[in-house]
Each structure stands twice: as C-alpha cells, then as structure tokens.
Design a protein around this ligand. Structure first.
Ligand SMILES: Nc1ncnc2c1ncn2[C@@H]1O[C@H](COP(=O)(O)OP(=O)(O)OP(=O)(O)O)[C@@H](O)[C@H]1O
Ligand SMILES: [Mg+2]
Length: 261
C-alpha cells in the first residue's frame, strides 16, 4: 500500500501558522529616574538619545514628566506642535506626537499645559511605538508620585541618576525601593556632577551605600549648563568636553548591552 507522501521540509507551513507566532523584538523601555529633582535626569536622557542616534540605534526619547516637562528645553524646542498632552487629552494616536529634533525622534510635553493631566497608562500609550524602535528612553519626573509610578510600570529597565552628596544618596534609596516594588530591573547608577570635592561621597562609597553597579560617572562641567541654555545636548554642543566624553561612553555601553537587555 502506497504510504502517505511526506511534505518536503521546504513546503512545511511557516512556524507562525503552526501556532508559534514569531514576534519582532519590541523596544526596551529604559526609564531614567531620581527621587530628588535637578540631579540631571533630562541631561542624561537628551545626551544618551543624541549619542545613540549617532551610534545608529533606533531610539526615541519620551518626556514622561507630565507635570513639568522639560525635555524639549534641552533641545531648544519650547512649543512642540503636537505633545503627549494633546495625545492624552484628545485621544490622538501617539505616532502623531513623534517629532524629530536635531536628528533625534522624541515625544515632548507641553510646557504651557495648565489643566490637571489625567492619569495615564504609559505602557498602553507607548505600545504602538514599540515595534518601531529598539529603545525608548523615558525622562521621568522626580519624586515617587503617581506619574513616576506610571513611568516605572512602563519600564523594562531603569537607570538611576544621583549626585555625590549624602542627602541625594539617601533619597535615591527610595527610588531603589520603588524599583523593587514594581519589579523593574535596574541597569545601574549614574553619578552626575562629580567635582572631586572633599565633602563629596566617593564612587566606591556610593556603590557600597546603594549596592548597585555604577555605570557612569559624569563630571561637574560648566559646558553642560551652557549647552542646556543653548538647547543643544552637550555631546553635540561641546563633544570633546569632559562631560560629553563620559556621556558618550555611557551611550556606547548601553548600545552594547541592548542585545542582552
Ligand atoms: N554634569 C553636569 N555639570 C554641570 N551642570 C549640570 C550637569 N548635569 C546637569 N547639569 C545642569 O543641572 C541642571 C538640571 O539638570 P536636569 O534638568 O537634567 O535635571 P533633572 O534631574 O532632569 O531635573 P528635574 O527633576 O527638574 O526634571 C541643568 O541646568 C543642567 O545643565
Ligand atoms: Mg528633568
């Protein structure tokens, strides 16, 4: 009796049709957090985003500081055409809020928005963008309030920015507790504004106090303040300055780690 002919391997239906859907890799959502305000979160996000674009990474910077957005200021953009606030208040598709400024794709907030921002599920909001980028960098608000929690919940990993001072390190511990509570993997700590003064904590002391690896040490550098005032990330404004060199180093190591994140 003639047996059933076997399908040649090449004619087998693709895996997807056999019930194993192959999904393209989605963007890693990396949030930049600090409990204390003004430590350098937006500086880190703007410079990482700019450097990662130079490294040919598909990255999007996203202003998750809905109460006091200032990512646009770091790129000299004060009045973005479409903002995340427009998306939230009028149910516009999130793609309409993606702007490209200085070559960097980003979603900005409205500085002029005065109404209360309605609680937003950032994970859902970001979802349509995840197929288009390798990494979404979230610029968080300071503190540990509801908008920070919304950002935390959307993250697949986080970077914690701190300064080398005892009060800042003490409040940074709160951010670690929040990371634990919401089970967000910590990529590491960036110590910003290191001036080498005797009253500063050393990187070793910070590592010991926080118990996590320090992945970047950015010096105090007047060029950073100048660049913020000029609305151009320091990696572009003064690429050879000390701070720019360290920020670019951090971007390269993040780019390398992207495969394993
Ligand atoms: N390494 C540095 N050297 C000198 N100045 C710096 C450095 N990093 C940041 N700054 C300056 O500190 C100020 C605050 O930085 P930034 O806006 O990034 O802080 P932030 O943590 O995002 O603040 P917020 O919590 O208000 O969002 C800016 O004027 C910036 O230029
Ligand atoms: Mg900020």
């Amino acid at each position: 009796m003639p047996g059933k002919k076997k399908l040649p391997t090449l004619l087998k239906p693709p895996k997807k049709e056999r019930g194993m859907e192959i999904r393209p890799r989605e963007a890693r959502v990396i949030g930049v957090f600090s409990c204390k305000g003004g430590v350098g979160k937006t500086t880190v996000v703007s410079n990482l985003a700019s450097s990662l674009v130079d490294l040919k990474r598909k990255v999007l910077a996203f202003d998750a500081n809905l109460g006091a957005p200032n990512l646009g200021l770091h790129f000299g953009e004060l009045t973005p055409k479409v903002t995340v606030h427009d998306v939230i208040s009028s149910d516009l598709p999130i793609r309409e809020a993606v702007l490209e400024i200085q070559g960097v794709p980003m979603v900005l907030g409205s500085i002029a928005y005065e109404d209360e921002v309605r609680p937003t599920d950032l994970r859902e909001l970001l979802s349509p963008l995840k197929r288009e980028y390798e990494m979404i960098l979230l610029d968080s608000a300071p503190g540990i309030g509801s908008e920070v929690v919304a950002a935390l919940k959307a993250c697949t990993g986080m970077i914690i920015v701190t300064n080398p001072y005892v009060p800042t390190i003490a409040s940074t511990l709160k951010t670690f507790r929040a990371a634990e509570k919401y089970r967000v993997p910590i990529l590491g700590v960036v110590v910003n504004r290191v001036a080498g003064e005797p009253f500063e904590l050393s990187v070793g002391e910070i590592r010991e106090a926080l118990g996590w690896p320090v992945i970047g040490v950015i010096p105090e550098d007047k060029r950073v303040r100048e660049s913020t005032a000029a609305g151009i990330p320091v990696v572009k404004y003064r690429p050879r300055s000390k701070a720019a060199r360290e920020l670019k180093k951090l971007a390269s190591s993040l780019s390398e780690r992207l495969k394993s994140l």
